[in-house]
Design a protein around this ligand. Sequence first.
Ligand code: KIV
Length: 275
Amino acid sequence: MSIVPHYDFEKRKVTTLRLKEMKKLGIKIACLTAYDATIAKIFDEAGIDLMLVGDSLGNIVQGHETTLSVTLQDTIYHTKAVVNGTERALIVADMPFMSYQVSANEAFTNAGKIMKETGCNAVKLEGCRNVTEAISRMTEAGIPVMGHLGLTPQSINQYGSYRARGTNSEEANQIYNDALSLQEAGAFAIVLEKIPAELGKRITDSLSVPTIGIGAGPHCDGQILVYTDMLGITIDFNPRFVRRYSNLNEIMKKAVGHYSDDIRNSKFPNEKESY
Ligand code: KIV
């Protein structure tokens, strides 16, 4: 019997084609980040459709302020681990800062390296104007690409803040046009981060490829959160778009405190736990 309530998800491997089909059928796409095999296995068994090995690993796993220092090797290492823990979900590897901006050629080579060395199903990259050529080349070569518009954390030093994007009509129209261009270039899906719900709806209604929102309102075809935020492991980051489904920070601290006490009081291990 499934331990996942009210959800009878398809057991077959999720593909980029299936995601498009889900959009057509109005079936919402459930996505989360993942960075290792153990967590990936739990999310996969719980029915998550798409796992993103986000460059948020720079914040979550490595403890950096921004995502900028993540390397191609870091991405490959963590993506391999997630692939090892996953049977059903589609796995997308986030291309790190400066692994795709220098030239379409370099982007193409790096995307190929990620695909070949990890066994993931797709790559993701941020922005539009300087990446459409790279997206076209990757798509033609059989590398599915996910776009990412709105708040693009790799550009933090250019914008200077993590404020919502597309809140004035000029910026909103730019994001809208960029979404059309990414679809035209061959992107199979687009992440929309921290934009008004109305803009999320306008883009979602205009595209044939699915939109995956994070702070982009309820009309997107799917939703994604950083899993440590969703499970309440990281509790210092509190944007409006994060909903906490658990409080693992407190639960884990209690369990670890209990364990430490038992060791200090010589209660662990007991006779049954010894050889
Ligand atoms: O790096 C990441 O985790 C992401 C998601 C927040 C979409 O890009």
